[in-house]
Design a protein around this ligand. Structure first.
Ligand code: HEM
Length: 193
């Protein structure tokens, strides 16, 4: 009798681990629970060891200040080496590079990139317009108002670069203008002193 008790106690403590294992594998509910726990542990470990993908930030391009002919503007359709995108509206050129998702290659308004978008904007057309200079002289007052409204939007959102030149028109030398401006600043400062 005493021997029997000793055997039970021995086998009880010695096989606790085996009992737990066999309990798990004999009950389908326990098996499912173990599976869920394993999955959660795996997810936690995976999450902790995950390396964050570096965020790709496009470097900002230097500001441009110059006038463009229609021909020169064409080079800035977002396919150039610096991927800059320029667009003209109502005779003014804007740098719309930060609107790449709109005007970049494959974007919904890619037809405006590197071009005078005035006619397309006024007539709600995203089909590429003429390759020649467009003087918009056939526009009625509604279309002209529409172009002006669009220009206001661009002025607010994007950087002004310069004028779109008519054929034969000469570009403004903005570096002279800046020098003049800084010269005036120097002069007015020395007067103040
Ligand atoms: C089914 C027709 C159209 C839909 C659903 C649509 C939708 C949109 C939306 C949602 C925006 C604002 C995007 C944003 O700010 O995040 C937008 C902007 C714009 N849309 Fe459209 N559009 C349509 C047609 C046109 C057409 C025909 C033109 C041509 C004149 C046009 C020209 C523009 C321009 C220039 C912008 C401003 C992009 C910027 O902020 O630089 N859209 N459009």
């Amino acid at each position: 009798m005493a021997e029997e008790g000793r055997v039970t106690a021995e086998s009880g403590s010695g096989s606790l681990f085996t009992n737990v294992i066999s309990e798990i594998f004999t009950s389908p509910i326990n098996l499912v629970l173990v599976g869920i726990i394993a999955l959660l542990v795996y997810k936690i470990i995976k999450h902790k060891t995950k390396v964050e993908a570096p965020i790709h930030v496009e470097p900002e391009l230097p500001k441009l200040k110059r006038d463009f002919t229609v021909e020169q503007l064409k080079q800035y359709d977002g396919n150039g080496p610096d991927k800059r995108i320029l667009m003209a509206v109502n005779g003014s050129v804007y740098d719309v590079t930060r609107g790449r998702r709109f005007y970049g290659p494959g974007g919904p308004y890619a037809a405006f990139a590197g071009r005078d978008a005035s006619r397309g904007l006024a007539t709600f057309s995203v089909v590429p317009g003429t390759d020649e200079y467009d003087d918009l002289s056939d526009f009625n007052s509604v279309e002209m108002d529409s172009v002006r409204e669009w220009e206001e939007q661009f002025k607010e959102k994007y950087e002004y670069v310069g004028r779109l030149l008519k054929p034969g028109e000469l570009p403004t030398n903005y570096s002279d203008e800046e020098e003049e401006g800084s010269q005036q600043e120097v002069e007015s400062k020395s007067k103040d002193d």
